[in-house]
Design a protein. Structure first.
Length: 693
């Protein structure tokens, strides 16, 4: 069984990102920065109707505008439209203004239809039907274990509530988009993507080209949280426009386009019931959940998006349970995967109920979690975090904090699968001592390029700055998409194997057996004119799946204004083998900050009258910034025996739940819906009538 080097000299240390200088100086090139010779602007005409039947499209006037090189209509006419922002046609032109003029000149004749953009409205009798042959409310997915009625009868205390979470929008800093050049027998794609190979396949198939004739490049990208796995409509449209014009076409979505059509986290409405014995042991759980993934989900929409599934009950086990989950369709863009799909929703519901149950039983919230959490690691993390956080000293009876500005604390735990396999890598050593590692992964901003350099340096006895990490190119050995906390666990074993194989070949070629940093350059001079080039692949035993962690949060709540300030977050994470402690800390920080947004600010707002997303911009869709960031402390538990695991997902899951519990502890009443806004806080305190909490 292969193993990681022991002792480690590079891995586990703090190594600044190897691409940091390129990013801060602006020399890093993204998909939107690429300007191949003769490139054209590409733009998309989208629907201004949330539901309609298109009966005719006239593009003649648009084609006659100076500078316009191509106009392509998507799909057949007549065709249905099911949400505001659905793609209708694309244009390519020599200037941005010519594109805008062409979009305005396209004449679309349509019959507007009734629509619905709120999931509660969509479930009502007589609501407009999103899909012709499928009801808005999908078939229930049910699970039952034990005897629920008997279980609740045995409980010393039972809590019931309806909780809800909103649709959350992805909003990466870099919008979705591609620059694509289709030539006679090949195509080049500069993509903002989480998967260069998952972009190459659909493009090549659409062009009827061998996959090897399509090169996809992603040297740098500005974020992706689960919605950038394929070329998307925008990529395929840019490809068609390039094929028609014979010129490169750059199509980058606007911020409005990001808000309408490229994915979001589904909402949830959770009717929950939970009971436990007098000592806090969980006995029974019941859940009925619905949520919307827009036009995604089952029925006619199969293949369009994702179901509004909720991971419930979250983490904890109940001998008696019943769950029923349904997805409801509305006239809005389909959901896509979003950092730990289904987990934040499930965590908020289950962890909120567990805190209320602990209060009702008179049991410390940390103790009830240690009693019931099935994970030995998380039980230890709760105990460690409790002492480090000063939980016993800070915890007070809910609502008992003195003064108008009340403090409160809360906690929650999380789990995620992750893992990853299948990557391959190539190591090239040249006679001047240069080492290149080539692997067809992409770095969506999480530091993968740095990890490649670190792992190779560890295997070769060098420093990370001596390694040239080449990634983001489908000409390199294949690697999977970056998502689901699988990247690090997939690429690191492959890079280690390639580097170790290269070192073995270097010893064989040069005859030098004791190779180290001091004699590296002299040894490499013996290679000769042809560099050493070997491959490696992912090996069992060097990585694993299953990450977890717990978080503790302290908040201040102003009971006169409703304003919430997160003062401190402590995260205790099991990390497997720590590759770069600086990168892990960055990942945990980002997950916590994103979780804060989910808890306090983020919520897609739809206009019931027009079907438009009203808060699509960074001005109106409030994402936490540096001024909102609290004191964050990370305790990283290094577990090298587990190999490499991913941590991006799990760090995001428990934050909103812990904040919600801290707010309830501060003010003595629970806000049952996210985001927890000042208006909801004041309503929960009885100071603002008519606001649902």
């Amino acid at each position: 069984m292969p193993s990681w080097p022991n002792p480690l000299t590079v891995l586990g240390t703090e190594v600044p990102r190897v691409d940091a200088r390129a990013k801060v100086t602006g020399s890093a090139k993204y998909a939107s920065d690429v300007q191949p010779e003769g490139w054209l602007y590409g733009m998309i005409l989208t629907s201004k109707w949330p539901a309609a039947n298109i009966t005719a499209i006239d593009t003649s006037a648009a084609k006659s505008i100076p500078g316009v090189k191509a106009v392509i209509v998507l799909g057949n006419v007549p065709r249905p439209i099911r949400y505001y922002g659905q793609e209708i046609a694309g244009v390519a032109a020599t200037t941005k203004q010519a594109c805008l003029d062409a979009l305005r000149a396209i004449k679309v004749t349509a019959e507007p239809l009734p629509f619905v953009v709120d999931e509660r409205d969509a479930m009502k009798e007589g609501a407009p039907q999103v899909w012709n042959s499928a009801p808005n409310l999908g078939k229930p997915r049910q699970k039952q274990e034990g005897d629920l009625a008997r279980g609740f009868a045995e409980c010393a205390e039972v809590v019931e509530a309806e909780l809800s979470t909103p649709v959350q929008m992805h909003h990466p800093l870099e919008a979705h988009g591609n620059t694509i050049h289709v030539e006679a027998d090949k195509a080049t794609v500069w993509a903002s993507t989480q998967g260069i190979f998952s972009v190459r396949g659909p493009i090549a198939d659409r062009l009827k080209m061998p996959h090897g004739n399509v090169q996809v490049l992603c040297d740098y990208m500005g974020g992706g949280f689960g919605a950038k796995f394929g070329p998307g409509v925008e990529g395929l449209l840019a490809m068609d426009l390039s094929k028609e014009t014979g010129r490169p076409v750059k199509m980058i979505l606007t911020r409005l386009g990001e808000g309408l059509s490229v994915g979001n986290r589904p909402s949830s409405i959770q009717k929950l019931k939970m009971g436990a014995a007098k000592d806090g042991k969980l006995i029974a759980f019941e859940a009925e959940t619905v949520g919307t993934s827009g036009t995604g989900g089952g029925g006619e929409s199969a293949g369009g998006g994702s179901d509004a599934n909720v991971a419930t009950p979250y983490i904890y086990r109940f001998p008696n349970l019943r769950t029923q989950q349904q997805t409801v369709a509305i006239n809005a863009g389909a959901a896509r995967a979003f950092r730990a799909p289904s987990h934040p929703q499930g965590s908020f519901g289950t962890e909120s109920m567990l805190d209320d149950l602990a209060v009702k039983l008179g049991i410390d919230p940390v103790e009830i979690r240690i009693l019931n959490d099935p994970s030995e690691n998380r039980r230890k993390e709760y105990a460690l975090g409790r002492d480090k956080f000063g939980w016993k000293e800070k915890y007070k009876k809910p609502g008992s904090s003195a003064g108008p500005v009340k403090t409160g604390i809360g906690c929650a735990g999380a789990t995620w699968g992750g893992g990853g396999k299948g990557s391959k890598a190539e190591a090239v050593i040249s006679s001047d001592g240069t080492v290149e590692i080539r692997i067809g992964t992409q770095d969506l901003g999480t530091g993968s390029r740095t990890l490649v350099a670190m792992v190779a340096a560890e295997a070769l006895g060098l420093k990370p700055e001596q390694i040239i990490a080449r990634i983001g190119d489908t000409r390199f050995p294949p690697s999977g998409a970056s998502g689901g906390s699988t990247t690090t666990a997939s690429i690191c074993p492959a890079v280690l194997d390639a580097a170790q194989n290269a070192l073995a070949e270097l010893k064989k070629v040069t005859g030098v057996q004791d190779i180290n940093a001091a004699n590296w350059t002299a040894t490499c001079r013996k290679i000769g004119i042809n560099p050493i080039s070997v491959t490696g692949e992912w090996k069992e035993g060097l990585s694993s799946s299953g990450s977890g962690g717990v978080q503790f949060v302290e908040v201040e709540v102003d009971t006169e204004t409703g304003y919430i300030r997160v003062r401190k977050v402590l995260a205790v994470m099991d990390c497997g083998l720590v590759v770069n402690s600086l990168t892990i800390t960055s990942q945990v920080n980002s997950g916590i900050i994103m979780g804060m947004g989910y808890a306090l600010n983020e919520e897609r707002v739809m206009d019931r009258q027009t079907g438009v997303v009203l808060n699509h911009s960074f001005d109106t869709y409030k994402i936490p910034n540096l001024a909102d960031t609290p004191d964050i402390e990370c305790i990283l538990l290094n577990m090298p025996n587990r190999g490499v695991i991913g941590i991006a997902e799990v760090s995001n899951v428990p934050t909103a739940s812990a904040i919600a519990n801290a707010v309830a502890n501060a003010i003595g009443v629970r806000v049952h819906s996210l985001p927890i806004t000042p208006a909801k806080v004041l309503a929960a305190l009885g100071k603002v009538p008519g606001v649902k909490v």
